[in-house]
Design a protein around this ligand. Structure first.
Ligand code: SF4
Ligand code: SF4
Length: 219
């Protein structure tokens, strides 16, 4: 338990600073529109990390993820995230919609970098409001389930650096579900032997690994 508390505290500190960075860009962007390029930068970084470690980017590297976990968690009712938000139809639909909108808006504002930057700031603001509403209704990471960067990280990183469960050690205490920021629930993959957790939304955050009292989980 002491090990888990220390690990959680360390992760929270990193997420707190990333959350502050997120707020600074969100507010500062309205005064300096070039800060809006933070969105495409995160997109490239998220996909880059995804090719190597799946959704590891969304753990504490992502400023919005940090903001969600540290600033929104206390206000969230911690309900089960509805499956709809993790489903392919919403993810593909939302990604396609955003890509189409981004293309149209960039063409419309081309070649003014300030106007394009302001479009990204507006996009960041609208998606943050949406994320806050979903956090207040369900759980703080509901937005992360269909966030285009997260979905792309999931798809390009499927099978990379997988979490594994030793079914013989697991007692189904469900602690791994309770501490998981995105409600993967590693215990659900328990069968006979060592099983791979195939959920591409795993953030590789290690919270479940450190919290498991039976040491049944590892990467
Ligand atoms: S925390 Fe460990 S023992 Fe408990 S359900 Fe998860 S894997 Fe099983
Ligand atoms: S399954 Fe474990 S490592 Fe993956 S996101 Fe959940 S708590 Fe983190």
């Amino acid at each position: 338990m002491e090990e888990f508390k220390a690990f959680e505290k360390n992760r929270k500190i990193k997420q707190f600073f990333m959350g502050l960075l997120f707020l600074s860009i969100l507010i500062g962007g309205w005064f300096w529109p070039l800060l809006g390029y933070f969105i495409p930068l995160c997109m490239f970084l998220g996909i880059g990390v995804g090719l190597w470690r799946g959704r590891k980017w969304c753990d504490w590297y992502c400023p919005r993820g940090g903001f969600n976990d540290v600033f929104l968690k206390a206000a969230s009712p911690q309900k089960e995230i509805p499956k709809f938000f993790k489903g392919l139809p919403l993810r593909i639909g939302f990604l396609s919609f955003l890509m189409a909108m981004m293309t149209i808006q960039i063409i419309k504002r081309w070649p003014d970098p300030y106007k394009i930057g302001m479009f990204f700031v507006v996009l960041l603001t609208v998606t943050t409001i949406l994320g806050i509403i979903l956090a207040l209704i369900f759980q703080q990471r509901t937005w992360c389930c269909f966030c285009p960067i997260g979905s792309l990280g999931n798809w390009v990183g499927r099978g990379k650096y997988p979490l594994k469960i030793d079914s013989k050690l697991c007692t189904e205490c469900k602690l791994c579900y309770k501490v998981c920021p995105i409600q993967v629930g590693a215990y659900r993959y328990k069968k006979d032997g060592i099983e791979t957790i195939k959920d591409g939304d795993c953030l590789k955050c290690q919270m479940c690994v450190v919290s498991c009292p039976k040491k049944a989980l590892k990467f």
